[in-house]
Write a protein that binds this ligand. Structure first.
Ligand SMILES: [Zn+2]
Length: 59
């Protein structure tokens, strides 16, 4: 049996090309999947993992 890695299992590493107009196309560095982003802001260039912001410990 050979396990085939599903696309979902791929941790897509989007390499965004220079934005042409409104859309930006990025290709996954790992699986080579091409994805189009409507806006550069939608591009997951940053890990926007929202963690619970801990309140600053004020002494
Ligand atoms: Zn991928």
């Amino acid at each position: 049996m050979s396990e085939t890695v599903a696309e979902e299992a791929c941790h897509h590493h989007w390499m965004l090309s220079s934005p042409a107009g409104d859309s930006t196309s990025g290709v996954c560095k790992n699986c080579g999947q091409i994805r189009k982003f409507n806006d550069a802001y939608q591009a997951p260039s940053r890990n926007t993992s929202r963690t619970a912001a801990k309140p600053k410990a004020t002494t």
